[in-house]
Design a protein around this ligand. Structure first.
Ligand code: ZN
Length: 468
């Protein structure tokens, strides 16, 4: 058994903060390749950041699983799976390929063996999830202390979206935590699904927390998304104190207990409304149809299209039973003028969209323009961040179909997603000016890890390897 010195010296003089001036110089791109003598610097800088700011080396050191007489220890598996997720692996086969093609060679001290993908699978099935959750929590607490939620606020309000993400489905194999649903042809499909709380606004959009939907117990139904959202709102408050001023929720979550839970946690809600049968909506339809809009303004979307917005609002509504405070109903109509190519000609068209919102904010607390912005950014999250989780981070791929391994892998994906985005969008203030997609930088980092002259172990193994 090997053992490295156990005493970390976190305050060493040579710990360097990434030098921004130098980075700018060394990151020039030429013909699609990074040039300069510092190729691969980013992955080293990231490792330095992760250990210096988030104590990443200690997290690796703490990692545990309950395999008996394991030859390859949990900290090594931790580093491999974390960076597999960081580099957006699509499958275990790809991880295996990376393991064989020396992608991880510089992440692990050379006297230790790299695991096979089977070893990774076995370890994940026995992973210690409590420690892992604790580590996730520490990362988010650190983000909060660094004023991350405030930095990404919308008109000064910290906003969080809650939404469901389906992971993967199968008709062939079922584990004990699978949810079930009947398909149209009468066959049964098994799937896993989570509910995620994610920051809205700013660039980082980190995931504050997530909860697994639990399967039916006896005759009961599978746990619904709104029940899980309720749990999430309560646990966010317990874990992080007040991390958000307002929750934005889709129509699926338009339920009195959720509004009450948010209020009890000291936050507000902005909820999209669709159900026209609800009394509050019926009243809104009647009142708003009888008068002209209360506000109008013009704005531009991210593509520069001009939008003409009309808004109606009514506060003090008590038509929603079980909600303890009066609500404010808002109707927004957006006229977006854009240019499209039809045949060979440019044509201007106007898209008209209608949106109904309910909020617990009064008119004097938050103006209607801000509520509209919150709802708009929420839609961005749905289209950018949740999709990003699926397409670039492959959260919907089944790596190992086993209840513990699924949870362990989501935790790794979330941890990698958060640290990646905190590094690029929160820590590096000038990343947007690089004018390059994050995905491309990550690919460059992976290649640099394979070929560059790097000293990653210096950062990743500051706490040594645990020998249990
Ligand atoms: Zn399952």
């Amino acid at each position: 058994m090997h053992s490295l010195p156990q005493e970390p010296d976190m305050m060493e003089d040579h710990l360097r903060i990434p030098n921004k001036k130098k980075r700018k110089k060394s990151n020039k791109k030429k013909n699609g390749k990074w040039v300069g003598d510092k190729v691969g610097r980013e992955i080293e800088d990231f490792a330095c950041y992760a250990t210096k700011i988030h104590d990443f080396s200690r997290m690796a050191h703490q990692a545990k699983d309950s395999r008996k007489r394991a030859q390859i220890k949990a900290p090594i598996i931790f580093i491999v799976v974390f960076f597999g997720a960081f580099f957006s692996m699509v499958s275990m086969a790809q991880l295996d390929h990376w393991l064989k093609s020396k992608v991880f060679a510089r992440f692990i001290p050379s006297r230790f063996r790299l695991p096979s993908h089977d070893t990774v699978r076995r370890a994940l099935q026995k992973w210690d999830l409590d420690i892992q959750r604790q580590q996730h929590q520490e990362i988010v607490i650190c983000y909060k202390e660094q004023k991350g939620p405030k930095k990404g606020s919308i008109d000064g309000l910290r906003v969080t979206a809650i939404d469901g993400v389906e992971l993967f489905h199968s008709t062939a194999y079922k584990c004990k935590d699978c949810l079930t649903r009947e398909k149209r042809d009468g066959s049964t499909e098994y799937y896993h699904s989570i509910v995620v709380a994610q920051q809205v606004g700013g660039g980082a959009n980190i995931i504050y927390d997530w909860e697994m939907r639990k399967p039916r117990d006896g005759q009961d139904k599978d746990e619904g998304e709104s029940t899980v959202a309720l749990r999430l709102i309560k646990s966010l408050k317990e874990k992080y104190g007040k991390i958000t001023d307002v929750y934005t929720l889709d129509a699926l979550y338009a339920k009195a207990p959720i509004i009450e839970a948010a209020l009890a946690a000291g936050s507000h809600v902005v909820i999209r409304m669709k159900d026209k049968r609800m009394r509050i909506m019926q009243r809104g339809h009647k009142e708003f149809s009888e008068r002209s809009y209360d506000h109008f303004w013009e704005e531009n979307d991210r593509r520069g299209n001009s939008i003409y917005v009309q808004a109606w609002e009514q506060e003090g509504l008590t038509d929603w039973d079980q909600v303890s405070i009066p609500l404010r109903l808002i109707k927004i109509i957006r006229h977006t003028t854009k240019t499209i190519i039809e045949g060979n000609e440019k044509v201007q068209v106007t898209d008209i969209t209608e949106q109904w919102l309910v909020t617990t904010y009064t008119k004097t607390e938050v103006k209607v323009q801000t509520i509209a912005r919150i709802a708009c950014e929420r839609w961005e999250i749905e289209n950018v961040a949740f999709r990003n989780l699926k397409t670039f981070n492959h959260i919907d791929h089944c790596f190992v179909h086993h209840p513990v391994a699924i949870e362990a892998l989501i935790n790794f994906q979330v941890m990698a997603f958060n640290l990646k985005r905190m590094y690029f969008y929160h820590h590096l203030s000038n990343f947007r000016s690089w004018d390059i997609q994050l995905r491309e930088v990550i690919n460059e980092m992976r290649e640099a890890a394979r070929w560059g002259k790097l000293n990653l172990c210096r950062w990743l193994w500051k706490w040594g390897l645990c020998v249990l």
